[in-house]
Structures are given as C-alpha cells and as structure tokens.
Write a protein that binds this ligand. Structure first.
Ligand SMILES: [Zn+2]
Length: 345
C-alpha cells in the first residue's frame, strides 16, 4: 500500500500553519475500521481547533475534520457488522459504548467522550481510523457531499429539536443565525414538524438563505430592536422554543423573545461563553434552558433518512480539494462562506 495524504495543523493561529503530509497507511485495531474519506465538511469547531481556543488538551500535529463521509477500506479482526465497501458517515462524538450514559443511548454525553478531528486525527485526509461502533450507514440515494454537509450541523439540529426538546406543530420557533449550518437545518426540521419559524440573520444574503431554507419570517440581528420584532410577529406572546448556538449578547436577547413556558435549547457560544441571565422572569414564566452537545447516531440516521427523502437539503456553498483545505478555513473565518464548505477528497 502506498502512503496516504493528510492535512495536518502544525501550529495554532489565525490562520494556523498547515502542511500536507504523506503518512503510512492506517492499521485498524481489533474493533476499528479504516475509512477512505470521500468528503468531509468544515465546521466552526475546526476553526476553534486551528486557533487553539478549545477548552481541551490539544496535541499537534493534528488532522482536523469531523464531518466525514466515505467507504470502508479495511476492517479490524473483531468487526463483523460491516463490510469493505460499505458507504458510511462517522459519528465524530467518539464514545466508549460501556458507561451508564452510552448504555442508555445518550452517547453524546459519554464519560469518556472524545472529538474526532480534535483529540484524534480526523477527515481532512485520504484515510481516517475510527471505532466500528461510530459508523452510520449512508442511504444509497444520499451523496458523500450531502452526507458531509449534514451529519454534523444537520444532526446537531436534529438532536436539539427532536431529542433534547420536542418541537410540535403550531409552535412558534426562533432560530438564531438561520443561514448557518445548524440554523438552516433547524429551520427545515422545524418546518417539517409544522412549526411557525422566525430566523435571525445579519446580512441580506444570509436572510435570503434563511428564507430559502423555509423560514416564515427573518429578522435582522444587527438591529437593536429585533427581539421586539419577534414579539410583534407572535402577537406579543413570544416563541415557544428558541434554537440558540451563538452565545454572548444573543443568548440574553433570545430570552426577551421567549413565551411563558418556553424553552431555549443551546449548543454553542461562538460570541461568548459567559452570559448574564435574569432569573426572576425565567422562573416566574416557568421557562426552560436545555444544553445540547453533538448528537447520537440515531440523530445522524434520522438526518440521513430525511436527506434521502428530500425533506432535508444541505446548503453547500463550495467544495474544495484536499490541498485547498487551508483556504477553506480562511474563507470560513472571513465569513465569505454562505452555507457549508465541503472538502472533497
Ligand atoms: Zn460512554
């Protein structure tokens, strides 16, 4: 077997320093498989790794890339559920399969959880090594690019709307940053459940993306008064559910939009991890705040099945070759990406 190419981050920074390395082919342990990567989506998580700002112990060099789609090329000796040639997506929240949370199906809060592409080498490479238990089958009608554009952000949204909370028809749902990966998927999922969707976006182009995804209303998040616009749209009642993944001031503004008995589900804090919260209206109005992290394989399976049925469409902005990976990082950081950037290997 020849060498395999991998894009390695060798020094943190904005931008970080990358190199394309020729590495020895990967060898699977007994319960592992090697996946030939066909496509891998780029996410904000990759930028945090690049910048070195994650609250985790990080070691370099590291191959980033968490949203992997590919074909199994080699099997470990104990793997009997999969075959060479199977088309697979990879659950990048690596989990042990044995702790109390894994055993009850909550693998995304595994006691020994690790992030593929952050704490282990990920998918911006020709090959990736993964435990067989982390694989999910890609339906035959779903392309590798579509899988690589949906299985992280799309199934994060699926986890928030159908697992951590349950969106109902007739709910008013607020989705912040509606043009983002999580936002555009959340809009589509909430609409499929029959909800009324209000999204936020900071530019005209992004508002158009949120409308294309199916939002009923889109408000300009750069306007100071957007929370009162949301209250007006809902007849002053507020929204039943808010899908939040920005943090900082946005997190505080979202509570100004929330109805009595409403729920905020949050999965990110790009704009700030520490926030202020007024507890008086929160408990008087009997509201709920729910944390969400990653996804379970069941969320990935649902996301890919919905993609096969055309109920969930990826918003792919641009595809890049493996060698162009550093440019894709720069484009995502400079916010010139509308929708997903996908590396095609
Ligand atoms: Zn576990």
């Amino acid at each position: 077997m020849g060498l395999m190419k991998a894009v390695q981050l060798v020094a943190h920074g904005k931008p970080g320093t990358f190199r394309v390395a020729d590495l020895a082919p990967l060898q699977p342990g007994p319960d592992e498989v090697v996946v030939n990567v066909k496509a891998c989506g780029l996410n904000r998580l990759d930028l945090w790794l690049e910048e070195g700002t994650l609250p985790l112990q990080l070691q370099l060099p590291r191959t980033p890339g968490a949203e992997i789609a590919g074909v199994i090329s080699r099997l470990g000796s104990d793997v009997d559920d999969w075959r060479v040639g199977d088309r697979v997506a990879v659950q990048s929240n690596l989990f042990c399969g044995q702790c109390e949370f894994c055993l009850r199906g909550d693998e995304s809060i595994c006691l020994k959880g690790q992030l593929l592409g952050v704490q282990k080498d990920g998918g911006f490479a020709e090959e990736v090594l993964t435990p067989a238990r982390s694989l999910v089958k890609i339906p035959k009608d779903v392309s590798f690019e579509t899988s690589a554009a949906l299985t992280l952000a799309g199934s994060t949204a699926m986890h928030m709307l159908t697992n951590r909370a349950e969106v109902r028809s007739s709910d008013w749902v607020l989705i912040v940053a509606g043009a983002s990966g999580v936002g555009s998927a959340a809009i589509q999922i909430a609409k499929q459940f029959g909800a009324n969707v209000i999204a936020t976006a900071s530019t005209l182009e992004k508002r158009n993306v949120a409308m294309e995804a199916g939002a009923d209303h889109v408000v300009d998040s750069t306007s100071e008064t957007w929370p009162s616009e949301v209250r007006q749209l809902t007849d002053r009642r507020g929204v039943d559910m808010a899908i939040e993944h920005v943090g900082g001031k946005m997190f505080e503004q979202v509570f100004a939009c929330l109805a009595r008995g409403g729920t905020v589900v949050t999965c990110g804090a790009t704009a700030g991890r520490e926030v202020e919260m007024n507890l008086w209206p929160f408990f008087v109005k009997q509201q709920r705040l729910i944390g969400s992290y990653g996804r379970n394989r069941s969320d990935m399976t649902a996301t890919l099945e919905w993609a096969a049925l055309g109920k969930l469409k990826p918003m792919i902005h641009k595809t890049y070759s493996l060698a162009e990976t550093p440019q894709a990082f720069t484009d995502l950081r400079n916010r010139t990406v509308l929708g997903k950037a996908v590396i095609v290997v």
